[in-house]
Design a protein around this ligand. Structure first.
Ligand code: SF4
Length: 292
């Protein structure tokens, strides 16, 4: 049995940077608080916990004083920075530069559209850390529309709209949402060519992987997709694998492998999300190697 690990799978530069920053701090100080899971991958989180990383939530954060806290690649809303200032917390800011740029764009977009009574709409997962950081730029006034087009009816289609996407959403679904919003605006006699501003803000680290993932899935007769269950791009990229090869399985850990999947497989491909560590895919490849 041939086993190949997809070379382009694994951490994106935003996650690589956050982990590098965390490890440097841990080497220097022995422990570090991190606001939320540093990456949507339990195995990697566990590895860093053994080095001294302590994961806290926003409630814990509010109680801290005079300490250091890491902000992960997803970024944070302005409120987090205010709390840190009030409580003398030193923020080790590992927000991804792509996310920071988007936060800034949303802030400016909101300031502009607020004056003409328009709305900021964000295509993303409500409650997701990155989305909280994005909506925070609008004083939480942005309307978040999910992949099932939830909250669409909260939009007033007679008024101007500035539309953004969470960086890790599906490009195809975003285009579908754009089509839908345009139609609804036209039904209300509101010209989308004038009143709809679109920012194509899906990160290239995710969208560029889609076509590659489709080819990788087609080139193998069995695909093992490795990702944490909370990863948005993990769900998106796995869906691409499944569409291109129905013989695709989503796992987070080698214990979820089932030996009968490999009965007739001659060429097995292992791939994953932008939050999947390479060491985990290698561990899974070694395990599969024992089935041959
Ligand atoms: S997916 Fe893109 S935006 Fe998100 S952390 Fe990675 S590089 Fe940054």
């Amino acid at each position: 049995m041939e086993i190949n690990i997809d070379k382009s799978s694994g951490f994106c530069f935003g996650v690589i940077n956050a982990i590098k920053v965390a490890e440097e701090q841990l080497d220097q100080h022995g422990s570090l608080f991190c606001l939320g899971d540093i990456v949507h991958n339990n195995k990697e989180v566990e590895r860093l916990k053994t080095k001294g990383l302590v994961i806290i939530d926003h409630q814990d954060f509010r109680k801290l004083k005079n300490t250091r806290v890491l902000i992960r690649a997803h970024g944070e809303p302005p409120e987090t920075y205010s709390i840190a200032r009030e409580n003398q917390i030193q923020l080790i800011d590992a927000s991804c530069p792509v996310v920071l740029k988007l936060q800034n764009k949303i802030k400016k977009g909101y300031e502009k559209i607020r004056d003409i009574e328009g709305q900021v709409v964000i295509f993303g997962k409500e409650g997701h850390a990155e989305v909280n950081g994005l909506t925070g730029q609008t004083g939480n006034n942005a309307i978040v529309v999910g992949s099932g087009f939830e909250n669409l009816d909260k939009i007033d289609f007679t008024k101007p709209i500035t539309l953004f996407s969470q960086t890790t959403q599906s490009k195809e679904q975003y285009e579908e949402l754009i089509r839908h919003i345009r139609e609804r605006m036209m039904q209300k006699n509101c010209n989308p060519d004038i009143n709809l501003q679109i920012s194509r803000s899906i990160c290239g680290q995710v969208s560029n992987r889609g076509p590659h993932m489709a080819k990788f899935a087609k080139d193998h007769d069995l695909v093992i997709f490795v990702s944490g269950k909370k990863s948005s791009n993990g769900r998106y990229l796995f869906e691409i694998c499944r569409q291109n090869n129905p013989n695709s399985y989503f796992i987070s850990d080698k214990n979820e492998l089932r030996i009968d999947w490999f009965k007739d497989a001659r060429k097995v491909g292992i791939c994953g999300a932008t939050s999947t560590p390479m060491w985990l895919m290698e561990e899974i490849a070694s395990e599969i190697g024992t089935y041959a």
